[in-house]
Design a protein around this ligand. Sequence first.
Ligand code: ZN
Length: 131
Amino acid sequence: MPGESTTIDGFRKGYEEEHRLIGRRSACGFVTATWGLVCPRCGKRDLAEVELSGRGRIAAITVQTVPGDEFVNDAPYAYVLVDLAEGGRISGWIAGTAPGEGPAIGDLVQFVPSYRPGVQFRRGDDRDAGR
Ligand SMILES: [Zn+2]
């Protein structure tokens, strides 16, 4: 729904409750997955909501073997920074990351619509599954 993420709470609600990944795009072409009103590239207050595909590549990764309570059944899991296909970078996590089995920097990932906290990804790409 365009306009729903005009507040930071609406932005968070997008992925945590509506299970969509929302970005913001400026007329200059800049895209961010971080909530904001002013484009950090051109300085205009023209960031408008854009639906993101949720596809991206891992830019950085940290494996967590000692989880917080919310992730106790998912450890070890990977905390990842993802460069999104449309532009922008977002932090998230990937469940069930056994040591030595990746994921690795550069791997394709896909946003997982989920009731879980934070922004969940899985390895691979929806296009792989023929959807
Ligand atoms: Zn701009």
